[in-house]
Write a protein that binds this ligand. Structure first.
Ligand code: ADP
Ligand code: MG
Ligand code: ZN
Length: 630
């Protein structure tokens, strides 16, 4: 993503034509202004001295009295102690100055009537006096009296620029006009860079077609959607798609994150939206992309708003107003992205606004392979590296996850000073991505043993559950925050879950704690994240998926975790959800304990193997437990 051009312009753009040169407010800007002032000052000083004091020569009082004594003074004018006057006859300038003079000024010393003067004179001392108060030139006076005002104006201009809002600073030429083409990037993003989401691409290609030749649509009076909403989990390529649409159609792309509209100063969000749409209209056909639109577009009155409520609403309203103002043929299409379409304000989804909604899902196996292929375009691979193997072992991973995986593998290859990335790099990178980075931590033997039993409990119950995801890896090497990890992933992509499968997941998650209970008779704090995970499943089963007869087939928990909890259902319903979740977990706990007691020998064998090898892969783990993968 190209950087933002100026801090007060919350959007970025690429592919827009170069900006018109900025209008010159004052020739040369600030430095010019200062230079001009200087020149004027010097000139006027020169003129003043030429016309004003220019004619008269300043002479010493001694010279003056000399001229006086030789009867050469015609007339004088006096003001205070300063004397101006004319000579009768020209005299050569004193102090070796060039030329003659008749006009003169001098200053009478305060002691002129003292005996001092006579004494000084008798000793031939040359006396020159200066007024106590130096008279400033007119210009200097003017500048000094204007200085505070100039300072005020400067401060004001500075503040106005800082605020930069269209509202406040508008009068003072605030904004750096459009932004330059982003030339840093040689090639623009196109559909070539997107894979694994062909259905979405197909839907968007209509938009591309419209942007490419809007006349054809205009001629038949066909109106294009004004807004397209891309929704889907993070990392599935929504931002990428929006850029690809612009790149494919070769039209300017303006992108801004909704939060950037409201991040800094209250009251400018709406005016920024206005500016953005104005820019886009100028260079239409164009695409405006608004990322994370849920930050300003969530349902009104839906809670979760901590201040800045009005700000959000105003910004959102401005977007809607701008979209309503489209005639449908000027060729500006707004694409918005969100991770959570379900919480958006319905006003956003009305016809004429974001009425075209496209769901972007994580890719399937074939899609993952294609995405891996795209991201390994610039990464040299060892001959015979099988990306399909990687695709198969990464269900649920998004495009962003896969891009990250390839990068991790490349980093590993660099670290080992290989020429190319091989299969081992890829699977090691996958391990790191899935399990977290290895944490160097020396554990006491007792702790290691307990961890081995804990992980064996997870793994064994995972293996024993019919229909559960196969166990891929068990390790007691500390990674990330965990002391050990058991990794299970499905064979094929799963799109929905059965109740027995979910119970199996809860039993597996309880397995660690249950094994500690069965073997040591006490539980430790190591099961915190297990509990969090299974609590979410159990509560969703009861409150969202209708799997409890007591709660009934209704939604009791809002899908939106930020929505105010208590308002979604009656208190008794929520109590029932908690009660049912607890019942489900209790039943699963019973079953976990029973299973572990019944298969205690397998648990011991698995734990022993783990203590020895520290990490077991799928095959070794099933073998150690004496089970075969069905
Ligand atoms: P989102 O906006 O949905 O959170 P992004 O578009 O920011 O996701 O994706 C992040 C990165 O992941 C992209 O820059 C790209 O490298 C990679 N990626 C995601 N989805 C895909 C895809 N379908 N094909 C290729 N790369 C993808
Ligand atoms: Mg994004
Ligand atoms: Zn655990």
């Amino acid at each position: 993503m190209p950087p933002r051009q100026t801090p007060d312009q919350p959007w970025r753009s690429e592919g827009a034509p170069p900006p018109a040169p900025p209008k010159k407010k004052m020739p040369g800007g600030w430095t010019g202004l200062i230079l001009t002032a200087l020149v004027v000052f010097l000139l006027s000083d020169l003129l003043l001295s030429f016309f004003g004091g220019g004619g008269s020569t300043t002479i010493s009082y001694t010279e003056f009295s000399k001229q006086l004594n030789s009867d050469n003074i015609a007339k004088i004018y006096s003001k205070g102690d300063s004397i101006e006057g004319n000579l009768r006859n020209k005299q050569p300038k004193p102090d070796g100055g060039k030329g003659d003079y008749t006009e003169f000024t001098t200053q009478r010393p305060a002691f002129a009537t003292d005996p001092l003067w006579a004494t000084l004179q008798s000793h031939n001392v040359e006396v020159t006096a200066r007024p106590v108060v130096q008279q400033r030139s007119f210009l200097a006076n003017l500048l000094i009296s204007l200085a505070p005002m100039l300072l005020l104006i400067a401060v004001w201009v500075f503040l106005a620029r800082r605020m930069a809002g269209g509202l406040g600073g508008g009068a003072l030429g605030r904004k750096a006009p459009p932004k330059p083409v982003d030339t840093s990037q040689g090639r623009r993003t196109t559909f070539r860079d997107v894979a694994g989401i062909d259905e979405v691409e197909a839907e968007l290609s209509e938009v591309v077609d419209f942007l490419k030749n809007p006349q054809a649509y205009r001629r038949l009076g066909a109106k294009m959607p004004r807004g397209v909403l891309l929704s889907g989990p993070p990392g599935t390529g929504k931002t990428l798609l929006a850029r690809a649409v612009a790149g494919e159609a070769d039209v300017p792309f303006f992108s801004a994150s909704a939060s950037e509209f409201i991040e800094m100063i209250v009251g400018v969000g709406a005016s920024r939206v206005r500016d953005l749409f104005a820019e886009a209209r100028k260079v239409a056909p164009a695409i405006i992309f608004i990322d994370e639109i849920d930050t300003i577009g969530r349902q009104r009155g839906g809670g979760g708003g901590m201040g800045g409520h009005d700000e959000r609403e105003q910004t959102l309203n401005q977007i809607l107003t701008e979209m309503d103002g489209f005639t449908g043929s000027e060729g500006v299409i707004v694409i918005a992205a969100t991770n959570r379409a379900e919480i958006l304000d319905p006003a956003l989804l009305r016809p004429g606004r974001f009425d075209r909604r496209i769901t972007v899902s994580p890719p399937d196996r074939a899609g993952r392979e294609q995405i891996l292929r795209i991201h390994t375009r610039e990464v040299p691979l060892v001959e015979g590296t099988d990306l399909d193997v990687v695709a198969r072992t990464t269900p649920g991973m998004t495009g962003a996850d896969l891009a990250n995986l390839v990068n991790e593998a490349a980093l590993l290859a660099v670290k080992r000073q290989q020429d190319a990335v091989d299969q081992a790099n890829l699977s090691e990178a996958l391990e790191k991505v899935q399990l977290g980075a290895v944490r160097p931590l020396v554990m006491p033997q007792q702790e290691r043993e307990r961890t081995a039993y804990h992980e064996s409990g997870h793994a064994l119950l995972g293996m024993l559950q019919p229909g559960a995801d196969p166990v891929r890896k068990v390790t007691i090497v500390p990674r990330g925050r965990a002391l050990g990890v058991t990794l299970s992933t499905p064979d094929t992509d799963r799109y929905s879950y059965t109740e027995p499968y979910l119970r199996g997941r809860i039993i597996g998650a309880l397995g660690g704690m249950a094994a500690e209970q069965v073997v040591y008779g006490v539980v430790t704090t190591g099961a915190e994240s297990d509990l969090e995970q299974l609590t979410t499943i159990a509560r969703s089963m009861a409150g969202r998926w209708g799997m409890s007869s007591l709660v009934g087939r209704v939604t009791a928990i809002p899908n939106d975790s930020q929505a105010p909890y208590g308002l979604s259902a009656a208190p008794t319903t929520l109590d029932a959800v908690d009660e049912e979740a607890r019942r489900i977990v209790a039943e699963c706990w019973e079953e976990a304990i029973v299973l572990l007691n019944r298969h205690r020998h397998r648990l011991d064998a698995l734990a022993t193997a783990l203590l020895e090898a520290e990490t077991l892969d799928e095959e070794a783990a099933y073998a150690a437990a004496g089970l075969s993968r069905e």
